[in-house]
Each structure stands twice: as structure tokens, then as C-alpha cells.
Design a protein around this ligand. Structure first.
Ligand SMILES: NC(=O)c1ccc[n+]([C@@H]2O[C@H](COP(=O)([O-])OP(=O)(O)OC[C@H]3O[C@@H](n4cnc5c(N)ncnc54)[C@H](OP(=O)(O)O)[C@@H]3O)[C@@H](O)[C@H]2O)c1
Length: 336
């Protein structure tokens, strides 16, 4: 277990982390002082400066939907520290690590089931770090970069798979969430005509992100819209293919961030008719991060930040995010 001695960044021996011992509500989380983990020969130690509490983290906290426990632990969570995205620095490297060095400023998304980033430090195997970490964009802060991760990576996966082209039309339902606000900006970059669905109070925000037309879902039923679309992105996961089918052009694609109610259609629609339901999944986090970083550095992607909480108040952040009304991203700052 040799650590590159020169690679240690003035480490204290203790760190703070948000810890839980069972599935449940945010009240189960407590802030504990723990030993800073020591990376083994093939691991990197990451000093986290900012993270988010996102909807993926909420699922991992509650252990719902139950199916996810196949991956996160059947009766008790396998991991006591949640957290899926992070920005910070490489604080130390194991002696076999080649791709990273101390002081590298990085951002990463460890996947929807988490990687333990709601802590001031955590370790990752170099092999996983290589697939999930990228150097930070030069023109944004740690907190801004944290808002370019979980939701933006999901949206980037859809965009990279469906490859929209200029002049196509897309409808984004839930255009204000972390996923939806990213979809709108990415589609704008490809000069796609965008209809965004959100509530009246968020119309100025969604227009500023690039939407061409807005439907206030509290006033009008977006499924009765007269336009026909190449894509319907249900970013908030509250519609279904059946309800949205008539919005699609002949070869249109429907995708939703809520898998369950549309799962059967993913299998059936390729067999009958030309309108399809697709789930992009996150085939390559790295590819998504590269795409996002390029857009950030060109000024074509500005992450939306709703609130910031210090680590000590992370339970409040979970309560807020789980209510399903956050606008963009909720940031956790680790240093405060
Ligand atoms: N399958 C997965 O692995 C996975 C991972 C992450 C997230 N998700 C799912 O993806 C969805 C989106 O997550 P997110 O982080 O982007 O955002 P989110 O926090 O769920 O989205 C909040 C936004 O959605 C809007 N909203 C709420 N109800 C709405 C409705 N009925 N119609 C239209 N907009 C509505 C609200 O804006 P307004 O003020 O405009 O209403 C709010 O700004 C969630 O359902 C989440 O569970 C799935």
C-alpha cells in the first residue's frame, strides 16, 4: 500500500462525511468525522470541493425503486456514504497509478449508484477514475462544475445517441430540472427547434437557455400541442409514450428519465410502427463529460444552480431535492 509520498497534499488525518446505516429518509444521515481513506497501489484519493445532491442520490438514500437494491445492497445499503458526482483535486495516488497526479483539478460522475463523494475525501480505483473523471474546464469554479455532472451527463448520453441535427424539432418536458435544463442547452447548440414545458414562473429561465416555444404545463396540456416532433424528451419522467405518441413525427423518438412505465415500449416499438421509445442509458460517462466540457469552454453550456448547502446541512438538501421541485442543481460545498 505505497502512496506517492510527494503526492500528498498536506493531509490532516480526519475528514467529514455524510453517513447513513440504513435505507430511509434524509433524517438518517449524520455528519461524522472519519479517518481519511488511504489509497491502495491502484487507487487515487480525491479531495472533494463540491458535489450535488441529485435525484440519483435520493434513490440511493431511500433504496427505491426496490429493484436498484440488487446493485446497492438488498436489505442494507452496501455503502454508508452516498454521493455520485464531485469536483476537486487528486490528493494522493497509489504507487501504480499512471494517469493522474497530485494537484490535478478534476470533475467526475461515478454513476447513478454513487461513489461516496458526499465526503471530503474518497478513493477510486484508477481504472474507474479513468472512465469517470476529466480535467475541470478552465473557465468555471468547482461549484459551477459540480452542476455540469449527474443531470448533464444523462442528457449528454441522449444527445450523443440520438445525434439531433439543425432544423429538427424537439419537445422537452420538465425543462427546468438538472436533466431538462441540460437537454435544452445541448439541443440549442445543435440548432434544434425546442418546445420546452415548464411552469410559468420558470419561463424566463427556460427562454434564456434557448427554448423557442414554451408550454406552461399548469395551464395547458402539452400532449395536445399541434406541432410534430422528431424527439420528445421527458426529462421529468412524468409522462408516457402512449400520451406523447401523437406528438411524434412518423419516425420520431420518445425517451423518458423514468424507465418503469415505458420499459415494455422499448421492446415493442421497434417491432411495430416507426415511432420508437429509446433509453439512452449512460454508455460512456467519459464521452458525456468530454462533450459537456467542450460546450462549457465554448460558452454554450451554463449550468443552472438553484441552491447551495454546506455538507453539515446535507439532510436539508436531500429534503429539498426529493420534493421534485429543484431548478437545475443543488450544490453541496465541502469546505464550509
Ligand atoms: N433513472 C435514473 O437513473 C434517474 C436518475 C436521475 C434522475 N431520474 C429521474 O429524472 C427526473 C428528473 O430529474 P432532474 O434531476 O432533472 O430534475 P427534478 O429535480 O426531478 O426536476 C425538478 C423540476 O421538474 C419540474 N417539474 C416538476 N413536476 C413537473 C411536471 N409535472 N411537469 C413539468 N415539469 C415538472 C419542476 O419545474 P417547474 O417549476 O417548472 O414545475 C422542477 O424544476 C426525476 O424524475 C428523477 O427521478 C432518473
Amino acid at each position: 500500500m505505497a502512496i506517492h509520498a510527494s503526492s500528498l497534499l498536506n493531509l490532516d488525518s480526519k475528514m467529514k462525511a455524510a453517513v447513513r446505516s440504513k435505507y430511509g429518509l434524509p433524517g438518517n444521515l449524520s455528519i461524522k468525522e472519519l479517518e481519511i481513506p488511504t489509497p491502495n497501489d491502484n487507487e487515487v484519493l480525491i479531495r472533494v470541493h463540491a458535489s450535488t445532491v441529485n435525484r440519483s442520490d435520493c434513490h440511493v438514500l431511500s433504496g427505491r425503486p426496490l429493484l436498484m437494491r440488487l446493485f446497492t445492497g438488498l436489505f442494507e445499503p452496501r455503502s454508508s456514504i452516498i454521493g455520485s458526482d464531485f469536483t476537486g483535486e487528486i490528493a494522493a495516488t497509489g504507487s501504480n497509478v499512471q494517469l493522474f497526479k497530485t494537484g490535478d483539478k478534476i470533475m467526475g460522475f461515478g454513476g447513478g449508484f454513487g461513489c461516496g463523494s458526499h465526503a471530503q475525501y474518497f478513493t477510486l480505483p484508477e481504472t474507474k477514475a479513468a472512465k469517470t473523471i476529466l480535467a475541470m474546464p478552465v473557465n468555471i469554479t468547482y461549484e459551477e462544475a459540480a452542476a455540469c455532472l449527474e443531470g448533464a451527463v444523462y442528457a449528454a448520453s441522449g444527445i450523443l445517441q440520438f445525434k439531433p441535427i439543425a432544423g429538427q424539432k424537439a419537445l422537452v418536458y420538465g425543462a427546468t430540472g438538472a436533466i431538462g435544463s441540460s437537454y435544452v442547452q445541448f439541443l440549442k447548440y445543435y440548432q434544434v427547434y425546442i418546445t420546452a414545458v415548464c411552469s410559468a414562473e420558470n419561463i424566463p429561465l427556460v427562454k434564456s437557455l434557448g427554448a423557442d416555444k414554451i408550454i406552461d404545463y399548469k395551464k395547458d396540456d402539452f400532449t395536445k400541442d399541434n406541432e410534430r416532433y422528431d424527439f420528445v424528451f421527458d426529462a421529468v419522467g412524468k409522462s408516457s409514450f402512449i400520451k406523447c405518441k401523437k406528438l411524434l413525427k412518423e419516425k420520431g423518438i420518445y425517451t423518458s428519465s423514468n424507465g418503469a412505465i415505458n420499459l415494455l415500449w422499448v421492446l415493442i416499438t421497434p417491432l411495430f410502427g416507426k415511432k420508437k421509445v429509446c433509453f439512452p442509458g449512460t454508455k460512456s460517462i467519459k464521452e458525456g463529460l468530454i462533450f459537456i466540457k467542450a460546450l462549457v469552454e465554448k460558452g454554450n453550456f451554463k449550468p443552472v444552480i438553484d441552491r447551495k448547502y454546506p455538507l453539515q446541512k446535507i439532510a436539508e438538501a436531500y429534503e429539498y431535492v426529493a420534493a421534485g421541485q429543484k431548478i437545475g442543481n443543488v450544490i453541496i460545498t465541502m469546505d464550509a
